[in-house]
Ligand binder design. Sequence first.
Ligand SMILES: C[S@@+](CC[C@H](N)C(=O)[O-])C[C@H]1O[C@@H](n2cnc3c(N)ncnc32)[C@H](O)[C@@H]1O
Length: 154
Amino acid sequence: MTDLRAGEVAVFAPPAQDAGLVFIGLIGTPWTRRADCPRQGAPDGPVCTIEVFEPWVAALDGVAIYASLEILYWMDQSRRDLVRQSPAHDGQSRGTFSLRSPLRPNPIASSVVTLMRVEGARLFVRGLDCVDGTPLLDLKPDRREFRAPGYCSK
Ligand SMILES: C[S@@+](CC[C@H](N)C(=O)[O-])C[C@H]1O[C@@H](n2cnc3c(N)ncnc32)[C@H](O)[C@@H]1O
């Protein structure tokens, strides 16, 4: 793949190994293009949806007690061969692992979101930054968050 900015370096990325990942849902956002997404989600950003697919809906039991969740998602429009990147287009490149860029060998993104409400298989949250239809990998309680006494999320 070409389209490198000044200072950026691509490598020959080895073929993907099958990690056995399963997309467990889809994220709904107002943004249809990457360029329209915020760089990072914000607590006062728009309400977005996280739809969990069957047979994983039963796994949502208990989620509603949390005010915030950590969401892991798959940046499916990312190239995966960059070792140096220039986010500001200024030729000042940095190593991929020193950035939160979605362009990485395994394009896994994470955000801590505010949970507004749960309706069946659908969560309504604030704090996402991905395009509409981005695949969901996982969700888990925000480990920085207070938990109700006696509750153990394991
Ligand atoms: C900088 S990343 C941050 C992601 C996550 N909050 C993190 O820190 O891991 C967010 C950017 O990824 C890009 N993006 C959004 N959805 C994407 C997708 N499905 N595939 C590839 N890139 C995407 C957009 O340019 C967006 O501004």
